[in-house]
Unconditional design. Structure first.
Length: 290
């Protein structure tokens, strides 16, 4: 089923979970244990990421098809412009179509460390809009999502120009937007309002990832697309005695975010799980769905 159709047919917020392909073979069993633990939450779909430069490409395809075959869940596979050629993307989409996978998330992707410039890395698809156009021209039945950045894209400091680019992707055929993680809902609500002013009417699904370790919080801040940590959350994490306390703080904060988003009738919420179930399960126990 297309994510677009799921969003259109649901009167309640949908929930989705994101996973990444394990690097080691022995970690696959652990991942599927996580997926099994989350299935009772009835996700409307799950998504699977690519590594930088498509470095996990083969594992991504294997994981996507395995989830589709063994769980029956609707699966969204990430596709990136980085290091991709038209013939390769066409082959991937043919594979997905043959396996009943109808949804992709079209992204530019991160530049691999061994390639000097982004221009050298993008090959046939300079921007994610080029990937959206290619998919819709050659596989019009495929559902396509794109990324959004509530705090602004770091490579496009002009936020009005950023929304022009996003609107162009929607006009090219993107069905919905999934946002980068954020910790202040005001950033999301402001972003949604800005999108509406730009004429963007497709659903904008907020992305949530709870902080569970102090090291993880620092890592989020260091990433090129990392989220801003609000001062009250930062203070509590830095004052925490250990990571068990950090996890409790992060889950409490994310629960409040999710509850407020539900109360404001968002169309869906996307959880970045980091291939772990515990934090997401606790958030679901905490929220009050109507």
């Amino acid at each position: 089923m297309l994510v677009k159709e799921i969003l259109e047919s649901s009167n309640e917020p949908i929930f989705s979970f994101e996973f990444f392909p394990p690097k080691k073979q022995e970690e696959w069993d652990s991942l599927f244990e996580t997926i099994s633990n989350l299935i009772p939450l009835k996700p409307s779909y799950v998504s699977v990421t690519y590594g930088a430069g498509g470095s996990t490409r083969e594992r991504t395809h294997n994981l996507v098809t395995k989830i589709q075959k063994e769980t029956g869940l609707t699966v969204v596979s990430h596709l990136t412009c980085i290091c991709s050629e038209e013939a390769e993307i066409e082959s991937i989409l043919e594979l997905y179509r043959n396996h009943g996978i109808d949804n992709v998330l079209a992204l530019r992707g991160d530049k691999p460390a061994d390639i000097p410039t982004i221009e050298e890395a993008v090959r046939d698809f300079p921007h994610s809009i080029d990937l959206v156009r290619f998919i819709k021209a050659n596989f019009p039945e495929m559902g396509v999502g794109v990324a959004g950045f509530p705090e602004g894209h770091p490579e496009t400091p002009n936020r009005m120009k950023e929304l022009e680019y996003l609107k162009a992707k929607v006009d090219a055929g993107a069905d919905y937007i999934v946002t980068q993680l954020f910790f202040d809902n005001r950033d999301y609500f402001d972003y949604v309002e800005r999108c509406a002013m730009a004429g963007i009417t497709v659903p904008i699904i907020p992305g949530i990832m709870p902080i569970t370790t102090r090291k993880g919080m620092i890592r989020m801040s260091e990433l090129a697309l990392g989220a801003r940590i609000p001062a009250p959350l930062l203070r509590r994490v830095l004052e925490a005695g250990d990571d068990r306390e950090v996890a409790a703080i992060g889950i409490e904060w994310a629960t409040r975010q999710v509850q407020e988003l539900i109360d404001n009738k968002v169309k869906g919420i996307h959880f970045y799980t980091l291939n772990l179930a515990e934090a997401t399960l606790k958030i679901f126990r905490n929220i009050k769905r109507r």
